[in-house]
Design a protein around this ligand. Structure first.
Ligand SMILES: C[S@@+](CC[C@H](N)C(=O)[O-])C[C@H]1O[C@@H](n2cnc3c(N)ncnc32)[C@H](O)[C@@H]1O
Length: 300
């Protein structure tokens, strides 16, 4: 299993400029790509890695075992970090690489992908009870349409919501990713599908994933909690993959600057080079923003 870390070189360049990178908090450990690179680039840095996905955590733990006690993993949502992590604050750098990992995307049993057949699930944390199937099969038409519009910016949100409800009423529940894709394909006329650019179910899959994992609220909550975890000169790096996330990061960084908390180091977000996009197509929508705190807590 491989997940090619996105914008990794750029992340490392920022971190290497920090005068004493003792403790790094990786809020989205995933397969441990960032954490491994950070641990390898110094003999003294400790990395605290958090993920809400048990599979990712197990994978990263094994991968990063050679670093011994310099790596400390914990299960949790970055919006409400466990005390076992917050007790190590302040951190010299806090890193977020949002969205899903390849591990989640390629496992059809997780239901994230419109390209393979699996249960309509999409939970990053499988201890949570609420899945994509609950939304697709219980939301009224109007709420489905609003969700597809708000989180997927899907122009055909109303038609697709109507198609789903018709299917529910006529043929029964939509329990599989492939059934949802069929509903999309049979709802929208072929010329419309061709004009959509990309897979016609892409946007509603994104919308469902954001809703299932409450991605907008948890990102807002997490970023609001960041100043309390930051040391003086602490760096916050956020790699996001869609405009809704990027807008939240941009707005909050501006607010911190206006409050005199520090400096925005990326006037414009950094994006992957053409070369990176060519070798890793999934990186194409990535944007990284970086903030440096000036008045954080004193490090220990
Ligand atoms: C893009 S991957 C990170 C990949 C990682 N940087 C690497 O190089 O291997 C995102 C990871 O963040 C996790 N994640 C997303 N939202 C989270 C949240 N709110 N709390 C904790 N983990 C989250 C996902 O489960 C996924 O494993």
């Amino acid at each position: 299993m491989e997940h090619v870390p996105v914008l990794l070189r750029e992340v490392l360049v920022f971190l290497q400029e920090h005068p004493s990178l003792n403790k790094v908090l990786d809020c989205t450990l995933g397969l441990g790509g960032y954490s491994e690179a950070i641990l390898s680039s110094s003999f003294s840095t400790k990395v605290f890695g958090v993920d809400q996905d048990d599979q990712a955590l197990a994978f990263a733990k094994e991968r990063l075992q050679p670093f011994g006690e310099r790596f400390y993993p914990a299960k949790g949502n970055f919006s409400s970090l466990p005390a076992s992590i917050t007790s190590h604050a302040p951190f010299d750098a806090i890193v977020f690489d949002l969205g899903v990992s390849n591990l989640q995307l390629v496992d059809e049993e997780r239901g994230f992908s419109f390209q393979s057949d699996g249960p309509l699930d999409m939970r990053m944390d499988r201890d949570e009870p609420f899945s994509a199937s609950d939304i697709v099969n219980t939301y009224p038409e109007r709420e489905l349409a609003d969700l597809f519009w708000k989180y997927g910016e899907e122009r055909f949100s109303r038609q697709l919501a109507r198609g789903i409800v018709r299917h529910r009423e006529g043929k029964g529940l939509i329990e599989r990713t492939s059934t949802l894709v069929e509903v999309v394909r049979s709802t929208l006329p072929a010329p419309v599908q061709r004009k959509m650019g990309g897979h016609p179910a892409r946007r509603i899959f994104q919308a469902l994933r954001i809703a299932v994992n409450d991605e907008i609220s948890v990102l807002q909550d997490a970023l609001h909690g960041v100043p309390a975890l930051a040391a003086s000169e602490s760096l916050v790096l956020v790699v996001s993959y869609h405009s809704l996330e990027d807008r939240i990061v941009k707005t909050l960084f501006k607010m911190w600057r206006e409050q005199g908390k520090g400096t925005i180091l990326t006037k414009r977000p950094l994006t992957p080079s053409e070369e990176e996009i060519e070798t890793n197509h999934k990186s194409r929508s990535a944007k990284m923003r970086v903030f440096r705190f000036e008045n954080g807590r004193k490090g220990v």
